[in-house]
Design a protein around this ligand. Sequence first.
Ligand code: FNR
Length: 194
Amino acid sequence: TPPKLLVFAGSTRLASFNRKLAHTAAELARAAGADVTHIELADFDIPIYNADLEARGTPPDVMKLKQIMFEHPAWIICSPEYNGSYTALLKNTIDWVSSPVKSDPAWHEGFKSFTGKVVGVLSASPGALGGLRSQSHLVPLLLNAQCWVAPKAFALGRAGEAFDADNQLLNEAHRKNVQAVIDQVLFASARLAA
Ligand code: FNR
């Protein structure tokens, strides 16, 4: 069976570079034989985390996302950079999903949706560094949540000039860099599953 790969971006902006990069990554991973699920965080109705709110019941869309993440052993995250770090959207999503569900013993274990995932990190920014500093915060978070982070990552700089009108990466070297991360993620998740 082909490896199941989950792809998502930490931005909901309509013209988001990271959503475009996620789209490219999903296409390349499908071409590499992966069973790809590409989700948009905008499709999930998730409030700002609050433990009082959680005590009244984990929101249904958090449960939905937990289930999707649980079912995918490999992930690609496309991370924008805000103020030298990753976005509040990404942090809020991860905080909700990583929190044990108090009312459901099946989900009570901490980091259940994260433990053992192989995660490839991509980023994109109009700046020269391509959101690299968001990765330097996101990677330790993922390690703390018990993920295996792929050693290769890619930061797409000058993202405003990187895509054509059909949202395809113009530069073959950029595609190769994305491909290299996907290859590592699929390789490592197959090895861990063996
Ligand atoms: C930014 N941006 C930004 N870019 C960067 O390279 N380093 C940074 O520290 C920041 N900081 C920052 C803070 C805030 C509050 C905003 C709104 C933006 C610019 C950012 O990279 C740009 O808006 C991207 O287009 C965001 O990613 P998406 O939405 O295109 O995926």
